[in-house]
Design a binder for this molecule. Structure first.
Ligand code: GAL
Length: 576
């Protein structure tokens, strides 16, 4: 791994806030003289030459593709990415290619990655190459007009950072899995997760009272539906937009009784919140000097990069909430919105640390997660958060969304592992039993098995006669926990993510480069979930290894084939 400094890097960068940051310089094969740097009036620009068959992965949680070759991604934190643009709950300025290297760009700026653009060649080259044909055939459809033209000329990955300079880290490895593992180790390793965190998390209807929460918890037990964590949504607080962080006495007259009841049944308890601090919060006044100059929903935006602010927030939570027996949190709304009522703070917001809103957006979720780990005294958890950024692997927080398109959820699941992130393709409601079961299949084979019924007054499967199937799947999840424990240990100690697009393990197989709907799960499983409207689907098993059907133990031929099954296709690799 090698760090290279260009120009004058900024003060507020992700590595500054990463406690486990562990850079050890080693020799690299990459010829760094190939990287060109220039400073334009607006940006620091880095140019990396690409081989014609070079493919680009990484760049964070991307819902629409895992392979970014020939795409322009303007990384920007956004809660409702509408297209394949770089908008994301969790963009990460780290890319990795199939040519044995990856690059981490240590910036908290909205950075543009142009993944394969061709520069104008010298005049002599043009003259020599000028096409022999005397005309070409015009396209008559926009698809045809703008489709990526395969070219054998040198293209570049250019990175545009709105700053006066930047540090980059070049990381090498044989496969993308090796490189990503080293990127995660640079941050201090993957998160440490307790066994209970790997069980099912059921989030209750927001308006439930404490009694109703206990009823649901009892029902799950009585009906042998294995759930390990109960999550409470906004209704536990007196005010939730912005947050008071105080139990609502009407819905929860005796909150400790509810927590004790859940705990006595073996559940762990998770509370929803966000950081925008209401005037009704007990520490509002003290927090004011440490908050941004813009508010959100009438609440303060605490600057978690300042020790006093982060300590105050953590101490309050530890002493008043965690002490009751709370094991984890859902840290909501710490991304940003540009399309849904623009509810967050603007890029020009000023934070007392000296950061601006653009930098804070890129660091918010990570700093929030860090603050809550302080509140928990680093007690292991598997919690949730809606934004993370660079160097986030050490935080035991899984990303989620308000979006619900199953293809986007699959995209997020597959891409998350390329950039030190975990993703939860949560189940909410569904339009049919088939949809519900297909969604739940993917949920069961993901890092966090989450049923987020925050707007469902009754258990989401109650509308359909499919509780037996739900039970069966939740029991499958239980059988996966030992395997997940081993996978998370590897994540923690070696940085190898538990969920990976198949290109990560099979980097030398070009057939894997476009596969965005299958993934490696734990050490050796390959999962190919169905989207609920599909009757059959295509699967690719790389011939580099042998495969058996996970459910039947029967050998399966490698290569491309089509499957039709009500079950979720899962294959176990047998290394050759
Ligand atoms: C959203 C969140 C949902 C739910 C809801 C409650 O922001 O994504 O999962 O928690 O808030 O208000």
């Amino acid at each position: 791994m090698k760090k290279i400094t260009f120009g004058t890097p900024e003060e507020f960068v992700p590595s500054k806030f990463c406690d486990g940051f562990n850079y050890v310089e080693t020799d690299i094969k990459y010829d760094v003289s190939k990287i060109k740097y220039k400073q334009t009036a607006r940006r620091a620009v880095l140019e990396f030459p690409l081989d014609p068959d070079e493919n680009i992965f990484g760049l964070g949680l991307m819902l629409h593709s895992v392979n970014h070759t020939h795409h322009k991604l303007c990384l920007r934190v956004n809660a409702d990415p509408r297209g394949y643009s770089g908008d994301s709950h969790a963009p990460v300025p780290f890319f990795v290619t199939n040519k044995g290297y990856g690059v981490y760009v240590d910036t908290a700026r909205d950075t543009i990655f142009n993944c394969g653009y061709v520069k104008a060649p010298a005049l002599e080259e043009i003259i020599e190459k000028e096409t022999k044909a005397d005309h070409d055939t015009p396209a008559v459809a926009t698809d045809e007009l703008y489709k990526t033209k395969k070219t054998d000329v040198l293209s570049y990955l250019t990175v545009e950072i709105p700053a006066q300079g930047v540090d980059i880290y070049i990381i090498e490895g044989d496969t993308i899995t090796d490189i990503v593992a080293k990127y995660n180790m640079l941050a201090g390793g993957g998160c440490d997760v307790p066994e209970w965190g790997l069980g099912t998390l059921y989030r209750c209807y927001s308006k439930y009272t404490g009694d109703q929460v206990m009823e649901v918890a009892d029902y799950l037990k009585e009906h042998d539906l294995p759930v390990s964590i109960i999550g409470l949504e906004p209704g536990w607080q007196t005010h939730s937009y912005p947050c008071s962080f105080v139990w609502d006495k009407e819905r929860y007259p005796e909150p400790q009784k509810v927590v004790d009841h859940l705990k006595a049944q073996g559940y762990h308890v998770n509370l929803w919140e966000h950081a925008f601090t209401s005037p009704n919060a007990p520490f509002y006044k003290e927090m004011r000097p440490y908050a941004a100059d813009y508010e959100v929903w009438g609440g303060l935006v605490p600057d978690f990069s300042i020790k006093e602010a982060s300590d105050m927030f953590a101490d309050y939570h530890r002493e008043n909430i965690i002490s009751m027996g709370i094991d984890g949190f859902k840290l909501d709304e710490c991304d940003n919105s540009d399309f849904t009522n623009h509810w967050s703070f603007p890029h020009c917001a000023e934070f007392p640390s000296g950061m601006d809103g653009e930098q804070y957006h890129n660091l918010f979720g990570t700093l929030y997660a860090k603050t809550m780990m302080k509140a928990l005294d680093n007690k292991p958890t598997l919690s949730e958060v809606r934004n993370l950024g660079a160097l986030a692997a050490p935080y035991p927080f899984v990303l989620y969304s308000d979006l619900y398109h199953p293809i986007e959820f699959m995209g997020a699941l597959v891409s998350s592992g390329t950039s030190g992130l975990l993703w939860s393709p949560e189940l909410r409601d569904a339009g049919s039993a088939n949809e519900l079961i297909r969604r739940l299949q993917m949920v069961v084979f993901s890092s966090q098995c989450l049923i987020n019924a925050w707007y469902c007054e009754e258990l989401p499967w109650k509308r359909y006669d499919c509780e037996d199937k739900v039970r069966e799947l939740l029991k499958v999840r239980e059988t996966l926990i030992p395997m997940l424990k081993v996978a998370f240990k590897k994540y923690h100690e070696k940085g190898i993510p538990p969920v990976r697009p198949i290109v990560m393990d099979y980097t030398n197989d070009p057939e894997t480069y476009q596969v965005g709907d299958q993934y490696m799960f734990c050490e050796d499983l390959l999962v190919a979930p169905f989207i609920y409207w599909q009757e059959e689907r295509h699967v690719y098993l790389p011939p580099e290894d042998e495969w058996v059907d996970y459910w039947t133990g029967e050998p399966v031929e490698s290569g491309h084939f089509t499957v039709r099954t009500d079950n979720i296709p899962v294959y176990r690799r047998v290394r050759k």
